[in-house]
Design a protein around this ligand. Sequence first.
Ligand code: PXP
Length: 240
Amino acid sequence: MKLGVNIDHIATVRQARRGESPDPVYAACICELSGCASIVCHLREDRRHIQDRDLYLLKQVVKTRLNLEMALSEEIIRIALDVKPHQVTLVPEKREELTTEGGLDVVRNFDRIKDSAERFHKAGIKVSLFIEPDERQILAGKDTGAEFIELHTGRYADAKTEEDVATELEKISKATVYAISIGMRVNAGHGLDYHNTAPICKIKGIEELNIGYSIIGRAVFTGLERAVKEMLEIIKRESH
Ligand code: PXP
């Protein structure tokens, strides 16, 4: 299992002063030197953290893979087609949310998602859909032509009781088996931290975990290199 580091919150700190540092492009280099397999960032419509300039520079600098999280807005689609990241991960987006809440409703937005997946594929960009561990959504996702799903682990991360944690884990595990059985590749992420990532690592078939907030938060105290390496140690120790 691999680690993709989401560097949005490096940019959140910079934007607190609308300044020049800390620079997410530096952060991407440190994350890669520390062993991550991809760099993830989200160009939000309100530009609250990552800016267009970051994305263009990241495309030039990133040596692993650049995974752009984005909503299906025509403005952002055009930028993505111009930048050509290795992969886009389509997410739902609301201006008032603090972070991405819930997965994409692929069933309801099927035509729009399928059309944009085709546009991305024509540009040589791989497509991933951020969805809840729900078979209907996964099957619709397959029909859009997307090659990846990213299972939303937010409900698992928020679960408070042992029973709820087990239930959510089981849903992610079953969704992984199902997605692979219909020929999709599976990533997972959201809300994963140094305490709750180990059980997710035990799910066979998940290829990559995308983790941001917990790593950047820890980096404030330990430095980014150590924060990335400590997450990688968990993944290496716990995954098969
Ligand atoms: N995956 C997706 C699709 C996301 O939208 C986010 C948040 O930007 C993450 C992973 C990372 O979540 P977190 O910051 O909670 O680790």
